[in-house]
Ligand binder design. Structure first.
Ligand code: AMP
Length: 539
């Protein structure tokens, strides 16, 4: 099938041709005709499948007619992270180059002033992270009554990050008659229920994870002592043929420490995490794309959807706690059919996380040894160890490749003279075909969700910047709301602080699931219930 058979207009087709695309990807083939027909779409697809163009191309066509009015955007795209939002905006620029559509990117960390100015001029496409979007709405800078197309992208990631209450509120503020495009990499029951509430008779489309990553990433695992991790990483960086690499840490503070350490050892490294100013994040990512920085030490903010071609390696300096993050992290390499290599550094305490990852990907990750470093065993009682039938002795485990190499060297009697061996022989190809499971909720996630639930009741009453909406003095049932006291203000501050932090994308631990919060729509039988249309004004 060709792009011209999908029903796209000539300007979009020209832009697609300029981009060098000759054939639509499966998601584009399946989604674009329905989007052009005005249907709601429920897409189960990951990044890397061409998902972004599957909604941006037809949207450009649809929005090509008509004009935006001041502060009344005509379409809204919600993205979980600033980087993804910026990437979608770049897509709009590429594909919309023969149209005169105006676009605003509303992400945290950038000046409100510029974003407000843009909104006032009128925008066709609003691309936003939920936190910043709600801030601007609460300040009265956006009217959502003219939204014709809504895109909720990476819905499962939104769920993990605790954005669902914000999304519910945003949807409640939109016109009832609109087109909704909803994408998620996975479709757990919570996401399915959300889709049922937001979409009207959607066309359901599922595409397999991108074939380009499946089987093109060679994976390996090194078990080392915590204090040896940096040495192990340096060893891998020096012995592997690293053109450029993402190096993932679980915590932001470790990103900073590792970044400094690598620089001290003469590596050309940059750092990316959610506490850095947005200007620095943007610059760093650009420098990495351009090859000015070869190693990008980062938190999971960079794990999803960041599309940089030709990344040769991914290193997990820490084994991710949530197994699905592993799949997203290593998916930064081996893109577009190219091969990539992914190495993870585990400590003896990480056995349970490794076991969860292996269960998810349906394969064992080969263990390699790092020359010169002791290789501890996973802790006693560990799933992975039991499953592998490892001996309970304290003797360090050794991969077959490593053992063979060592034996070979010992046979030759000159082990010390040999250069450090590369990990090649010990690794094998693993297909990333398994579907991610929902990770367990963290304690912190639960706390945040509990606080979030408390805040939702207050949220619609909020009036900022001196504006006061008298309708908000009353509950939906007409009863007056209680006076707001000091505790409410404190709660507001805490909520704003959380929102800012969530908008920073990567908490030290992600917020997972709905928590104890039960969204309004789940309590009702019908899709798109009336309460969602009335601004979520439950008291
Ligand atoms: P996405 O899944 O939207 O993140 O897209 C992944 C990558 O595929 C991006 O680099 C796109 O530029 C690229 N891409 C999207 N559509 C096509 C296509 N039809 N042919 C070739 N590459 C594409």
């Amino acid at each position: 099938m060709t792009f011209s058979e999908l029903g796209l207009g000539p300007e979009v087709l020209r832009a697609v041709e300029d981009a060098g695309y000759t054939q639509p990807t499966p998601i584009q083939e399946k989604a674009i005709p329905w989007v052009l027909q005005g249907r709601d779409v429920l897409g189960c697809a990951q990044t890397g499948t061409g998902k972004t163009a599957s909604f941006t191309l037809p949207m450009i066509d649809i929005l090509g007619q008509g004009r935006a009015r001041a502060r009344m955007p005509r379409s809204l795209i919600l993205e979980p992270t600033r980087e993804l939002a910026a990437q979608v905006a770049a897509n709009f620029e590429t594909y919309g180059k023969y149209h005169k559509l105006s676009m605003a990117l509303l992400i945290g960390g950038e000046s409100f002033g510029d974003q407000i100015k843009k909104l006032e001029r009128g925008v066709d496409v609003l691309i936003a992270t939920p936190g910043r979007m709600m801030d601007l709405f609460d300040r009265g800078n956006i009217l959502l009554t003219d939204i014709k197309v809504l895109v909720i992208d990476e819905a499962d990631r939104m769920l993990d990050m605790g954005f669902i209450p914000d999304i519910e509120r945003i949807v409640s503020l939109l016109p009832r008659i609109r087109q909704t495009l909803f994408f998620s990499a996975t479709m757990p029951p919570e996401i399915r229920r959300l889709a049922d509430a937001f979409l009207m008779n959607p066309k359901e489309i599922t595409v397999a994870p991108p074939a380009s990553t499946a089987g093109t990433v060679t994976q390996a695992l090194a078990i080392v002592h915590r204090e040896d991790k940096r040495a192990a990483l340096r060893h891998l960086l020096r012995t592997e043929d690293v053109k450029n690499a993402f190096i993932f840490c679980n915590r932001k503070r470790d990103v900073a420490i590792l970044h400094k350490s690598l620089q001290k050892h003469g590596f050309n490294a940059g750092a990316l995490h959610g506490d850095l100013p947005q200007s620095v994040r943007t610059e760093t990512l650009e420098a990495f794309k351009q090859g000015d920085i070869t190693l990008l030490v980062c938190s999971d903010v960079a794990a999803r959807g960041i599309d940089i071609k030709g990344v040769s390696h991914v290193f997990n300096f820490d084994v991710p706690i949530h197994s699905e993050d592993y799949v997203h992290r290593i998916g930064r390499t081996g893109r577009a059919g190219m091969s990539g290599r992914a190495f993870s550094l585990a400590t003896s305490e990480d056995g349970k996380y490794v076991a969860a990852i292996e269960k998810l990907i349906g394969k064992e990750i080969p263990v390699i040894a790092i020359d010169g470093l002791e290789q501890p065993a996973f802790e006693e009682g560990d799933d992975r160890r039991r499953r592998r039938g490892a001996k309970s002795s304290d003797e360090p485990r050794e991969s077959r490749g490593r053992r063979d190499r060592r034996r070979g060297r010992e046979d030759e009697g000159r082990a010390d003279e040999r250069p450090e061996t590369r990990a090649d022989e010990a690794v094998e190809r693993v297909e990333q075909t398994a579907r991610p499971e929902r990770p367990e909720r963290s304690e912190r996630g639960e706390r945040l969700e509990r606080a979030e639930r408390g805040d939702r009741a207050e949220r619609s009453e909020r009036s900022e910047g001196g504006r006061h909406d008298h309708r908000r003095d009353f509950r939906a049932d007409g009863r007056p709301r209680p006076e707001r006291g000091h505790r409410d203000e404190r709660r507001d501050e805490r909520r704003d602080d959380r929102r800012r932090r969530r908008d920073d994308d990567d908490l030290d631990e992600a917020v997972l699931g709905f928590g104890d919060h039960v969204p309004a729509f789940m309590m009702r039988q019908r899709a798109r219930p009336a309460a969602l249309e009335t601004g979520g004004e439950e008291g």
